[in-house]
Design a protein around this ligand. Structure first.
Ligand SMILES: Cc1cc2nc3c(=O)[nH]c(=O)nc-3n(C[C@H](O)[C@H](O)[C@H](O)COP(=O)(O)OP(=O)(O)OC[C@H]3O[C@@H](n4cnc5c(N)ncnc54)[C@H](O)[C@@H]3O)c2cc1C
Length: 379
């Protein structure tokens, strides 16, 4: 059993937080509504044409009516079978593993700390158990003897048997809210942008749910693109800024797949000798620090854009410490800020402010950080 530890992560939130996807989607829809944006469900994109100065899209409405409408840009966040991606003539390139996994969101009778992520190893496979919220855990298991069709119909009893028999445990699972089977792809589109059309999320990259990175990566794609689109549409930045989206997010997706792909293949081994070697290696690495590496990768705190065309760096000395351009700014504790009485935390100062931030450090002897007063946010 491997128990990754989150304590060492450079964050104020050193734990796993599980929130079901439908709840995440409801939260996002709520924020859109607050901003006066209504999501039109049931409108299907049939086809589109990028004319160079706009994109025309043929839409089918829930009533069955079809309309053609024009937009400045098109973002295809339409999942693994993306109409937008195929309209661009791009394919998801990579591999599909010959494997079916089962995932079950259940309650478990045990006294484990919900901040733990548990991996069970046996010669018959790997099982992962991670805490969700509401006292529930997500169990992900393989059973090499099940066909995809059998796995799709798996009952709680069958999942229970796999966990207990294959992994020699007596963990009691109960009260399932979701049991489902999934196949495993590790695939990436060759680009995430052509002209005025962009791809985000599973439309551009798909991989196994090991590590829980899929939806989070899609949301970060959207976040990366939308502030740039916002500036361009308001005439505050040149359209060339948008090229950094593909440079940054395609680079990130490729790096993610290069980590998740091999980990998934390792989890999916069938050869008994290879399985034994893998389990021994994981046990040794577990003692040597794998329990620290896995959370570091899962946390995505190391997402960086060193090759982005919109960053540059000027250093007075190569020996200077601190993050390099394109790297995530570390949270800083106990900052003395000239217009605050108490020491501040950097991310707390930035929280809720969507503007770009400029940090100006005064010479060490003044012991305080001066925050210039900024104009109000652009509406
Ligand atoms: C078992 C399992 C567990 C997972 N666990 C995690 C996890 O713990 N953490 C995590 O981050 N990720 C997880 N993922 C991955 C995550 O679910 C996906 O990465 C995420 O749903 C992708 O979101 P998306 O919006 O890109 O695509 P989708 O969720 O596929 O949404 C695409 C949407 O586009 C719509 N659409 C498609 N075509 C059209 C069209 N022509 N016109 C209009 N609309 C269209 C679809 O109806 C759909 O609503 C998991 C996945 C699986 C299978």
């Amino acid at each position: 059993m491997i128990r990754p530890s989150f304590d060492h992560l450079p964050t104020h939130y050193p734990f796993m937080l599980g929130l079901e996807q439908f709840k995440t989607e409801a939260l996002l829809a709520g924020r859109l509504k607050e901003a006066g944006i209504e999501v039109e469900r049931g409108v299907e994109l049939l086809s589109f044409c990028d004319t160079g100065d706009q994109v025309s899209a043929k839409l089918k409405h829930p009533s069955g009516a079809e309309t053609t409408e024009t937009f400045d840009y098109l973002l295809g966040a339409d999942g693994a079978h993306s109409t937008v991606r195929s309209g661009l003539g791009l394919k998801l390139e990579g591999e599909t593993l010959d494997a079916t996994w089962i995932t079950a969101d259940v309650k478990i009778r045990w006294d484990r700390d919900p901040s733990e992520f548990v991996a069970l190893l046996s010669e018959d496979g790997i099982a992962f158990i991670a805490a969700m919220n509401d006292d529930r855990w997500r169990v992900i298991v393989t059973d090499p003897e099940m066909t995809h069709e059998q796995a799709q119909k798996a009952s709680l009893g069958e999942v229970q048997n796999i966990v207990n028999e294959r992994f020699r445990t007596n963990i009691a699972l109960y009260d399932p809210v979701w049991i489902s089977a999934f196949g495993i792809n590790t695939r990436l589109a060759p680009a995430m942008n052509r002209g005025r059309v962009f791809l985000a999320g599973d439309a551009a990259h798909v991989h196994s749910p090991l590590g829980g990175q899929g939806m989070n990566t899609g949301i970060q794609d959207a976040l990366n693109l939308t502030w740039k689109l916002g500036l361009v549409l308001q005439g505050l930045a040149k359209p060339a800024l948008l090229a950094s989206y593909d440079a940054e997010r395609h680079y990130n997706a490729k790096r993610l797949l290069s980590r998740v792909g091999p980990a998934t293949r390792m989890a999916n081994l069938r050869n008994p000798v290879a399985i034994e070697v893998r389990n021994q290696v994981i046990h040794v690495l577990g003692h040597l620090g794998m329990s620290r590496v896995v959370p570091h990768v899962m946390s995505m705190l190391d997402v960086a854009y060193p090759e982005s065309p919109i960053i540059s760096e000027s250093r007075t000395s190569w020996l200077s410490r601190g993050p390099r351009s394109g790297e995530r700014a570390p949270d800083a504790e106990e900052l003395l800020v000239s217009n605050h009485r108490e020491p501040q935390r950097l991310f707390a100062l930035w929280s809720g402010d969507p503007r770009h931030q400029l940090l100006v450090f005064e010479p060490r002897k003044s012991k305080s950080l001066r925050l210039p007063s900024l104009p109000s946010p652009i509406s």
